[in-house]
Every structure is written in structure tokens, then in C-alpha cells.
Design a protein. Structure first.
Length: 357
């Protein structure tokens, strides 16, 4: 199905980071027609004059943004570490930033198709309602019941599958819609990159950024944003990116250290993913920043949830893995920790983990 892109400003091109294939971004594409790798998008950089919603919107290559008021999330200092509260976005996760841009380039007469363990699908359901498009979301059967219910309340067609891998395969093969999966979507990453812009414009010098790592849209968005800011001479260098993966799903850690997988986690569902399609780009971004990968298990999640609550942060299990990196690495200098998802969508699970049922 050929779908023309709309609402773009300036020249936007697709580029394959693996084989170098390049073409104008006039129609929807997510996979390189030559080698099958995920595509990136490139366009002229625009330096924001200040930290404001209007100026940040100008960074993105669209005339008008589909928006629920995402972005400009608070950043607070606790015990000398900064926490970027991305869980305070409209649907309770950073995924809102990605869909705000990714849906802005699509026409209205379309069914968008996605696979998700929860937050990406819930966010897509909300932004699809605002955009006025139909959403079909494939979700593993074991994903959060609360998130699946909210997707349905927002009007999405939710299709449950045996596993995360099945959800991905079925979504990509569905013929009566357009697959916009966030892990493949080249525009999604550019919506997420504004987190880096906000951090840099608020703090100036940043030494470390800690974030959960699953399919890599957050890490690649951060790297893209910081790299652009270096190119525009807003900051001097890309901060060290410290990624935290779930045990048993530590794809980047294994690629960097040539180790076997650890025991499988069961709690941080947002980062319990099959091999990420952008794994090569993820590894390159970590290396480029001089970063590291930390692996967290279920006990680390429980400890992280407790630590988050002690600091006043109501976060979900996936977000809680970041505290493992703070304990293990003890990063020095200006450190920002990205808290990605709200615990208000997982209150029953969190309560049972911490207080017992």
C-alpha cells in the first residue's frame, strides 16, 4: 500500500545507515528496499532560540503537530541527580513524543498498525483519536490488562497474541493497514529526540544520561538529539549514554561484551523485547557516547520501585531499572535519569510487589 506523506516542511530524505540507500521522503517507508534495515530520516537542522513549546516544535519537519500537550516535562534534582519526569506526559510515557510527530506526517484516511507491550500502543490509541485515524494494535496476551482496556476505551482495535514476537510478526504482515511500528518508525525517533533538546537547554553541560533500553527508540532519540546539538554548537559533546536492559533481553550488552543471556526477567515488560531491529544503531550510539550498558533483573526492579517511591516518583516497573545503574556505576558530574512510564497504570502490580496481596 503506497501512502503519500503530508504536512512536511523542507526537504526530508530517507537514508539507510547500513547500505547507504537514499531517497526523498514522499511516501511512507520504514524498511530499506535494498537491504531490509530500518531507515532513518534526515532534514535541515533548526536551532531553537529558547526552551519553549513553540521553539521546540520548529525543530521538527512538519507544519503542524498532532499534539496532546506532550513534552516540556519537569526535571527535578534529588540528592544531586536530575530526574526527567517523562512519565508525566499525557498518556503517562515518553512514547507520546514519538507519536506526535509520526502521526503528523500521515494522511487521515488510514488504519495505523502497531505492535506493543503497552505504553506505545496506549499512546498510539490516544494520538490516533486526536488525528482521526483508525488504530489496530497487536499486544502480547500477558501485557498489562489496564493498558489494554485503556487502548480499547480510546477506540483502538486490540488484537491479543501469544507473545511479543507474535505481535510483531502479525502486525507487520497485516495487509489492510499501514504498519507504523515505533521500533521501525524513522519519524518516531525524531519526536523522542526533543528530550535531549530540553535537557541540554535547561542544564547546559550534561555528563551522563541514564535510561531503560528495549527497542532503542529512547536511546536513539537521545543520541540523535544530543548529536544534533553538538553539530549546531549548542553543547560541546554528546553525554555518556548509560542504558539499562532487562536480564534475559540484554541484546546490546551481549553485542558489546559477547556474553550469553542471563536469567529471564518477568517484571519490566516494556524492555522485555525480541532482538531490536535497530540493534546495530543502538550499539553504535552507546560506543559513540562512551557509554555503558547495565543489566537489571526482577529484584533490581523491586528495589528500584522502592527507591523511586522514597524520592516521590510513582513509576512503573520498566522505569525502575534505572536505579540499578545509579547503584552500580555511581556516575559523577551532571547526571540525568529518564523516568519513562507512570506507575498509575500499574498500581495493582506495584502494590502487590511492594506490599504483598
Amino acid at each position: 500500500m503506497v501512502l503519500n506523506l503530508v504536512n512536511l516542511t523542507g526537504d526530508v530524505v530517507y537514508r539507510c545507515p547500513r547500505c547507504g540507500f537514499t531517497t526523498e521522503a514522499n511516501t511512507w517507508m520504514f524498511k530499506c528496499p535494498r537491504c531490509g534495515s530500518p531507515l532513518n530520516v534526515e532534514y535541515e537542522l533548526r536551532k531553537p532560540r529558547e526552551l519553549s513549546r513553540r521553539e521546540l516544535a520548529k525543530v521538527l519537519p512538519v507544519k503542524e503537530l498532532v499534539s496532546l500537550g506532550e513534552g516540556l516535562t519537569p526535571m527535578v534534582n534529588r540528592r544531586g541527580t536530575y530526574f526527567k519526569l517523562e512519565y508525566l506526559n499525557p498518556t503517562g510515557s515518553f512514547k507520546d513524543r514519538g507519536w506526535a510527530l509520526a502521526l503528523s506526517v500521515l494522511s487521515n484516511d488510514v488504519t495505523v498498525v502497531e505492535d506493543s507491550s503497552g505504553n506505545a500502543g496506549l499512546s498510539l490509541a490516544a494520538y490516533s483519536t486526536v488525528k482521526g485515524v483508525r488504530a489496530r494494535i497487536y499486544v502480547p496476551r500477558g501485557a498489562s490488562e489496564t493498558k489494554k482496556r485503556v487502548m480499547r476505551l480510546l477506540g483502538a482495535n486490540v488484537v491479543e497474541t501469544p507473545s511479543r514476537a507474535d505481535a510483531s510478526a502479525l502486525a507487520m504482515s497485516y495487509q489492510d493497514g499501514v504498519y507504523v511500528g515505533h521500533s521501525w518508525n524513522p519519524f518516531f525517533i525524531h519526536g523522542v529526540k526533543l528530550i535531549a533538546y530540553e535537557i541540554a537547554l535547561e542544564l547546559g553541560k550534561v555528563d551522563n544520561v541514564v535510561a531503560p533500553l528495549g527497542n532503542g527508540t529512547l536511546l536513539l532519540g537521545l543520541h540523535t538529539g544530543f548529536r544534533e546539538l553538538v553539530d549546531m554548537r549548542v553543547i560541546k559533546e554528546v553525554p555518556r549514554l548509560i542504558a539499562v536492559e532487562a536480564s534475559g533481553y540484554e541484546w546490546a550488552y551481549r553485542a558489546l561484551h559477547n556474553t550469553p543471556p542471563g536469567p529471564q526477567s518477568t517484571l519490566p515488560e516494556g524492555i522485555m523485547v525480541p532482538q531490536p531491529p535497530r540493534l546495530e544503531q543502538i550499539v553504535d550510539a552507546i560506543r559513540d557516547s562512551g557509554g555503558e550498558v547495565v543489566v537489571a533483573g526482577d529484584l533490581d526492579v523491586v528495589d528500584g520501585l522502592r527507591e523511586g517511591l522514597r524520592l516521590g516518583f510513582i513509576i512503573e516497573p520498566t522505569s525502575a531499572v534505572v536505579f540499578k545503574a545509579l547503584r552500580e556505576l555511581k556516575p559523577s558530574g551532571n547526571t540525568v535519569v529518564v523516568l519513562t512510564g507512570s506507575g498509575l497504570k500499574a498500581t495493582g502490580e506495584v502494590y502487590n510487589l511492594l506490599a504483598g496481596s
